[in-house]
Design a protein around this ligand. Sequence first.
Ligand code: PMP
Length: 434
Amino acid sequence: MTTEKQNAKEHELHDRRARLLGPAYRLFYDRPLHLVRGEGVWLYDCEGRAYLDVYNNVPHVGHCHPHVVEALARQAATLNTHTRYLHETVLDLAERLTAMLPRELDTCMFACTGSEANELAVRIARSYTGGEGFIVTEHAYHGNTNTVVTLSPVHEYVARDASVQLVPAPDGYRGRYRFGTPDLGRQYASHVDEALNALDQHGVKPAALIVDTIFSSDGIYTETADYLRLAVDKVRSAGGVFIADEVQPGFGRTGERMWGFERHGVVPDIVTMGKPMGNGHPLSAVVTTRAIIEKFAERARYFNTFGGNPVSCAAGLAVLEVMESEKLQDNARNVGAHLKQKLELQLSKHEIIGDVRGQGLYIGLELVSDRKTREPASREASAVVNGLRDRGVLTGTTGRDGNVLKLRPPLVFSTENADQLIDALDATLCDVLS
Ligand code: PMP
């Protein structure tokens, strides 16, 4: 296709999309991408141009991994029903997942999306504690359903009442308390006391603290390890539970550990997981303790038409098989360390990079217009994302000011891919800053 024809086709798709899907949807990039194929860490547009995927965590073991595709196709060709009949796959997956978690987290319930899993976790927490109060970080995202949007202050337009209290995420770089402050974790955790007091003043009993254990939409914070342990102790003392939202860091992405919460030395009461679990197939889960689920089941029944169906569970099992056979958690650790080291060299070269942080293959690069004042370089961050796109590398931004470059590729990302990213980033930063 000539470039002119290509542009016309993209315009046509754009218009059709706006007409059919309406204005609430958003596209990435100044020049939106029309993707037609994926393989491993690569995405291809309709002209066959390859893009290095440094953004998508859903294709956890790589786009269109043949083992996952084959498992999906085989099960789809055999049987797909729901969880009201006996079937092995849902049990095999529950067995595998509980074996990957601390012993007390022994019971699994399945859903299709992270939002659904969090919604269910919220219901379970309410029934177990008798409370209605929730504590979340100031710029958290936990999903798009009615209850969960109120627990997602990233949606600034959504009204919240006093039953939802916000606490700052432990941002030691640009937050209220910075690295070098004594007892940094304790300082941040003191806001959980304030939140509990505020709930108390409004006569609301706490139900749960819910935290994305890598604070991805807050801005990716991995360095204040004792914060969460202290915060969880406080919530438990007040009668609430801790829900670890593992939708982002779970399944080995952080390299050293399988789950984000493990880095914080806490065992959650409830864990939710989603996104990478089905490698693109909608699959999510809530894992909790027997005592918590027994309390919930005293009154509630749970059925989710699609959650836990044999095809979804076959995909989930296949993802775990690939993770194991290709040693992807080790890869996340090794390639993540290599990438971080290379990014630190970029930090010494480019004044605009204020901070490099993260774990494994979940890395944040904070761009600032002034290293002293740490003024967020939001406009430049957007220019970098677009510049990288034009160089064939896909990334995004996160954080309240949209100035943190989010690097979160499929776990099959290699050191060679990391070097490709670094070359493109270096050239783009030179361009944007020239
Ligand atoms: N929790 C976190 C931490 C997330 O990042 C997301 C999705 N971005 C969700 C929950 C919601 O997941 P889903 O989009 O599958 O409903």
